[in-house]
Ligand binder design. Structure first.
Ligand code: ATP
Ligand code: LTN
Length: 325
């Protein structure tokens, strides 16, 4: 049977090279051999405070970026999470399936709650909503970056527990984390994940950065003093990050690249060039999509209808298993 793929991206800021290499780039490759469903997870975004106007705009912009990267709406389903109410409905059922202890162990919650003055209950129960996203579409495979590994393990545990308690209801999904590019690090602090929600403008390459800006950020990337090009993330995080980025942007491995460089300068220049080559056509297509918000909205309405048809059947099954309705 054709494998079913689901993944989501939060409309919480300008998307980074990390989201591209760890997630988006891989979504596009998979879509011809799978039944793929992609989502702009706006309900996840509101687990931390958002400006309403900005959230609405970023939701559209994120959808435009999916399309610009090559997600084909004729092949894949693309929609906005809040347009399909079954996500919130199944999330409640799963909040009653996951334990307080399990949610307390989530490292993303610990990191994100440390950064907030007001910690919403939604930020804590976030993984139950994520599990709902995935389980609603009978998903086999979830392509994500390495930071989502723990959430995927929890999703599997919740699905297995529900099936065990209430009878076979959900497909148990697997995480699909790539060997290269699953953890793109900040260029200024290569021990920290490159992130759109952390303020590090020089260390963060944005998908929509101008080529000259990308080149400058790579030129200033933090490396080390021993002058040796070697892939060793533990002792050489900066150089290893550059090798990983170059490998992910040219479809090879860091190990295959390390012998080709004797100095940091050429490694930085080639990495910048490869990233610009990947992003430039995406930026051009992005401008085309954002120039026509009416077409974009129409496409998302269609996507929500397709998603709803699948999601409503799964939710009904889960409700029935629980004795609801
Ligand atoms: P951030 O923490 O950067 O604000 P996020 O990881 O919470 O963003 P999304 O943009 O929704 O949120 O992530 C979309 C996808 O991109 C996820 O699968 C995530 O694992 C992946 N991703 C995000 N940052 C990186 C990175 N630095 N390296 C590899 N993959 C990443
Ligand atoms: N939690 C993810 C975003 C996300 C997601 C999903 C990813 C929400 N629902 C379902 C894959 C499948 C993040 O923080 N990047």
């Amino acid at each position: 049977m054709t494998p079913r793929v689901f993944s989501g991206i939060q409309p919480t800021g300008e998307l980074t090279l990390g989201t591209y290499l760890g997630a988006l780039q891989r979504f596009v490759r998979d879509q011809t051999t799978t039944r793929s469903v992609f989502c702009v997870v706006d309900l996840h975004a509101i687990t931390v405070p958002q400006d309403p106007g900005q959230l609405a705009q970023r939701t559209l912009d994120t959808a435009a970026l999916y399309l610009a990267c090559g997600i084909d709406p004729a092949t894949s389903t693309l929609f906005v999470q809040s347009h399909v109410p079954e996500h919130s409905q199944l999330a409640w059922l799963l909040e009653c399936t996951v334990s307080f202890g399990e949610l307390s162990r989530m490292t993303q919650f610990k990191e994100k709650s440390d950064r907030q003055q007001f910690v919403s209950a939604g930020l804590f129960t976030y993984p139950a909503l994520m599990a709902a996203d995935i389980l609603l579409y009978d998903t086999d495979r979830v392509p994500v970056g390495d930071d989502q590994r723990q959430h995927l393990e929890l999703t599997r545990d919740v699905a297995e527990r529900f099936n065990h308690r209430h009878g076979d209801t959900f497909v148990v999904p697997t995480a699909d984390i790539s060997a290269v590019g699953a953890r793109v690090m900040d260029l200024q602090d290569p021990t920290r994940k490159m992130s759109k929600s952390v303020d590090s403008p020089q260390g963060t390459v944005l998908m929509l950065d101008e080529p000259a800006v990308i080149v400058r950020k790579f030129k200033r990337a933090v490396t080390d003093n021993d002058g040796e090009v070697r892939f060793d993330p533990a002792t050489k995080p900066g150089v290893s990050n550059l090798l990983s980025i170059l490998a992910a942007a040219t479809d090879t491995t860091p190990e295959a690249l390390e012998g080709q460089y004797q100095q940091y300068g050429p490694l930085k220049a080639d990495t910048a060039e490869a990233v610009v080559a990947r992003l430039a056509p995406i930026q051009a297509r992005y401008r085309e999509w954002t120039a026509d918000p009416t077409a974009l909205r129409a496409l998302l309405v269609q996507g929500a209808e397709q998603a709803h048809a699948v999601a409503s059947a799964t939710l009904a099954r889960a409700q029935q298993s629980l004795g609801l309705g």
